[in-house]
Design a protein around this ligand. Structure first.
Ligand code: FES
Length: 98
């Protein structure tokens, strides 16, 4: 299977991480010690909310219940249950403010 790339467009760094099709974005960020808050890891709490700047992710059988319509419209996604459908570019993960 072909690996995808996660491009980190952060003010502090710009680097690419390789992700396989059976990994979530959160697993890769943690493995590379990229700071990201997480709690439930099943798409419910919304703590891992991160801006998706380009590319497509897929939640498979899981529902992104931690993402409301406003956040979705603003381009956020939930890395804990997201797998890459294409190469993606993300901005720095945000701490949830609701
Ligand atoms: S860690 Fe809870 S929604 Fe991602």
């Amino acid at each position: 299977m072909k690996n995808r790339q996660i491009h980190l467009a952060f003010p502090s760094t710009s680097q690419n991480l390789s992700i396989s099709q059976d990994e979530t974005v959160l697993q890769v960020l943690i493995r590379h010690e990229i700071p990201i808050k997480h709690a439930c890891t099943n798409g419910v709490c919304g703590v891992c909310l991160t801006p998706l700047l380009s590319g497509e992710v897929d939640y498979g059988q899981q529902q992104p219940r931690g993402l409301n319509q406003k956040e979705l419209a603003q381009g956020y996604f939930l890395p804990c249950i997201a797998r890459c459908q294409s190469d993606i570019t993300i901005a720095e993960p945000k701490v949830k403010v609701r």
